[in-house]
Design a protein around this ligand. Structure first.
Ligand SMILES: NC(=O)c1ccc[n+]([C@@H]2O[C@H](COP(=O)([O-])OP(=O)(O)OC[C@H]3O[C@@H](n4cnc5c(N)ncnc54)[C@H](OP(=O)(O)O)[C@@H]3O)[C@@H](O)[C@H]2O)c1
Length: 332
């Protein structure tokens, strides 16, 4: 199946007002798609940025939907050839995370099957892939890897637990209901915000600039630009040969490297220079393969540039205020 004729195709994006989904809606409109976006409240001003996107007047319709309500998605998917399921809680609170992530995925896949949707792209996470304490350091983490559910539980990583369960349910249900499922698994996503509110992965960078933290963690993390993640979703949707899971990430950095990059770009901020862990050796990056999505044609934005755009956007949106020159101490 190939969806390269985007004009006149109708697709639905769940959780359309979110950080990643807003970029996805923007790209789909730009490519000529008709977009049905689900949000929890179409009248909430936090979704107004969607209505201002180019093409939105003619080709974007917003639907009210909640992950726990099958019928709301069944209505939103009517007439859609494709669905992009991005809506999910992003939290480590087990009460708020697990049920909506799993039940929501069940509802979305059932509604897509019942509405005759041709292909469903599910936004999973690297959190469903890399959380495995038994992997040796030489193993290359790729699309064949799965996080260990017991390890997620024992480390109380309820976000990774919920996303892993949700993706497993997605694969089981898609097989049963004969839905053509493709999964995109982004690493930590940063870049400019289109939405007016701040999301969890943008706070990951904000906290190093606004004085909220005085030290950085002895940890590694992979990063990717939000625009590249949106593009990955459209690439896998449109490609006739796309199958299975696609890890989407540009770089793998120790937090020490992240703060160094931020300091080189924005020396005016109080960016921590001390690692919180003064005892253990520096955590080493694991080997991550993103070859599969690159083979479909995705080119990644370099992370240094992504960090620059992230901070500029946080300033423009009013989440960050560059210290005035008079408050800088040039003696230290
Ligand atoms: N950002 C990252 O680093 C990253 C990395 C890997 C994977 N992901 C995945 O990417 C997807 C989007 O994440 P994001 O970073 O864009 O986060 P986000 O901005 O918080 O977006 C999440 C979206 O899900 C919606 N949502 C949450 N609970 C819902 C519910 N019960 N019913 C209906 N909608 C609900 C939210 O709606 P409201 O606006 O109404 O709350 C929001 O639109 C998620 O599946 C996440 O797991 C994100």
């Amino acid at each position: 199946m190939s969806f390269q004729q985007s004009e006149c195709l109708t697709v639905c994006v769940t959780g359309a007002g979110g950080f990643i989904a807003s970029w996805l809606v923007k790209l789909l409109l730009h490519k000529g798609y008709f977009v049905q976006g689900t949000v929890r409240d179409p009248d909430d001003p936090k979704n107004d940025h969607l209505k201002r996107l180019e093409g939105a007047d003619e080709r974007l319709r917003l639907f009210k939907a909640n992950l726990l309500d099958y019928q709301s998605f069944r209505i939103a998917f009517d007439g859609c050839q494709g669905v992009f399921h991005t809506a999910s809680p992003v939290t480590d609170d087990p009460e708020k995370m697990i049920e909506p992530a799993i039940k929501g995925t069940e509802n979305v896949i059932s509604a897509a099957a019942d509405a005759g949707v041709k292909r469903l792209v599910f936004t999973s996470s690297i959190g469903t892939v890399y959380m495995d304490p038994n992997r040796d350091t030489e193993t290359i983490v790729d699309e064949s890897c799965w996080s260990d559910l017991e390890y997620c539980k024992s480390t109380r990583n309820w976000y990774c637990y919920g996303k892993t369960m949700a993706e497993k349910v997605a694969w089981e249900m898609a097989a049963k209901r004969e839905v053509d499922l493709i999964v995109v698994s982004p690493v930590l996503v940063i870049g400019p915000l289109l939405q007016p509110s701040i999301n969890a992965s943008s706070i990951h960078i904000l906290k190093y600039l606004n004085g909220a933290v005085k030290t950085y963690a002895n940890a590694v993390q992979a990063y990717v630009h939000v625009g590249d993640v949106a593009e990955a979703h459209v690439l896998v949707f449109e490609s006739a040969t796309a199958r299975g899971r696609y890890i989407c990430g540009e770089s793998m950095l120790h937090r020490g490297e992240v703060v160094d990059l931020l300091r080189s770009l924005f020396p005016c901020y109080p960016i921590p220079s001390v690692c919180k862990d003064e005892v253990n050796p520096k955590v080493k990056p694991y080997k991550l393969s993103t070859q599969k999505i690159q083979d479909l044609g995705l080119k990644f934005t370099p992370t240094k540039e992504t960090l620059r755009q992230t901070v500029t956007s946080l300033e423009e949106k009013g989440f960050l205020h560059a210290p005035r020159l008079s408050t800088l101490n040039f003696d230290s």
